[in-house]
Design a protein around this ligand. Structure first.
Ligand SMILES: *Cc1c(COP(=O)(O)O)cnc(C)c1O
Length: 357
């Protein structure tokens, strides 16, 4: 049976990216060796990393003065790497979920952190209102809150340097990169497999802190060495290139955004229509990427039953995060609309079978 892969991360990737990676693992472009057994300094790999960088620049219209880096350590390492490079006296953070809280925890190791607002009071089901202070080194946001299904879907104007964790919505919509000083994320939610972290950084924000930085934690090292200071995650970068080639072939991020909106509308409309279900995130904060819902109050006891029902029809990865419960359908770029339709059909069928209405 065809599986509909709603996993939250690592997640579904384009089939063509998987096929091409599989081939390259056996033999890269008729060179008689595998992708994962050649030097990262070979001309073959140099060409791969170069093209991947250029695809990033092209797909997101990244202006001059910015660098695209491919690092290790996941988004989680960026929680401390950002303050290492940018935190002098004080920083501001918006607390919109567990990932934001983790970033805040690391930043506090460096000095005073101003948490400008938090939606913790309602289990992070909304994006809180906030004001950005002017007396801070930078302001940090998490654009998409993977666990709770909320998203900041517009680029905000910040009077101070803006830093964003875009792990789970990068390349899902057009972003005005020049409004940000630094954007980072783990690749495994929307642009590739686990193992590579992307960082888009404006060069002129670096070198302003007074501390001495270990080489590996200094963005300038990786800029200078073109993400080749040490061995980069070659395999993951290759699959990322294939994923971005696929995205470009579809018409780029603008087209992708339209497709993501269509997918999300389809599912949110059914959640609103179907009396058995209800969404958990507030409407004006809802994410296009992670769609969270539960059984409506009188039907709470049917949750396990629906999970089984959906599983039998090929749905995978729709269990909500343990801190939210219910269901979460992650509708990342590579998820086809047919899978969303299959989930919607499944919800309708379940409603019919219950014959409650
Ligand atoms: C998954 C996720 C992270 C953690 O990423 P790692 O690469 O596993 O460290 C951080 N932030 C957000 C928004 C995420 O979705």
């Amino acid at each position: 049976m065809k599986k509909h892969n709603f996993n939250a991360g690592p997640c579904i990737l384009p089939k063509i990216a998987l096929e091409n990676t599989a081939k390259a693992v056996l033999e890269l472009d008729n060179i008689g060796m595998s992708l994962i057994e050649i030097s990262h300094r070979s001309k073959e790999f140099e060409a791969i990393i170069e093209e991947t960088k250029n695809l990033w620049k092209e797909l997101l219209n990244i202006p001059d003065g910015y660098h695209v880096l491919f690092l290790g350590g996941g988004a989680s390492l960026q929680f401390c790497m950002v303050p290492f490079n940018l935190f002098e006296k004080k920083a501001a953070y918006l607390e919109t979920g567990v990932w934001a809280s983790k970033a805040i925890k690391e930043a506090k190791l460096f000095g005073e952190v101003n948490v400008v607002a938090s939606s913790k009071d309602k289990n992070f089901t909304y994006i809180p209102k906030y004001e950005i202070p002017k007396d801070v080194d930078y302001f940090h946001i998490t654009t998409n809150n993977t666990i709770y299904g909320t998203e900041i879907r517009n680029d905000i104007d910040s009077p101070v340097l803006l830093v964003a964790d875009m792990s789970s919505d990068i390349m899902s919509r057009l972003v005005d990169v020049k409004k940000y000083g630094l954007i980072y994320g783990g690749a495994q939610k929307n642009v590739g497999p686990a193992g590579v972290t992307f960082v888009i950084v404006r060069e002129n924000i670096l070198g302003k802190v007074s501390r001495t930085l270990p080489s590996m934690l200094d963005y300038r090292t990786h800029i200078k060495e073109g993400s080749m200071f040490n061995t980069p995650p070659c395999f993951a970068i290759y699959t990322m290139r294939e994923t971005l080639r696929w995205l470009k072939g579809l018409g780029g991020v603008k087209e992708m955004q339209k497709m993501n909106e269509a997918k999300a509308n389809l599912l949110y409309n059914e959640i609103e229509r179907n009396p058995l279900f209800t969404g958990t995130a507030e409407k004006d904060s809802r994410s296009l990427m992670n769609i969270c819902f539960v059984m409506a109050e009188p039907y709470k006891n049917m949750e396990d039953e629906f999970m089984d029902f959906a599983k039998k029809r090929g749905m995978v990865g729709i269990k909500g995060h343990r801190s939210v419960g219910g269901f979460r359908a992650s509708c990342y770029n590579a998820l086809p609309i047919e899978s969303v339709q299959a989930l919607v059909d499944c919800m309708k069928e379940f409603e019919k079978e219950k014959a409650l209405f």
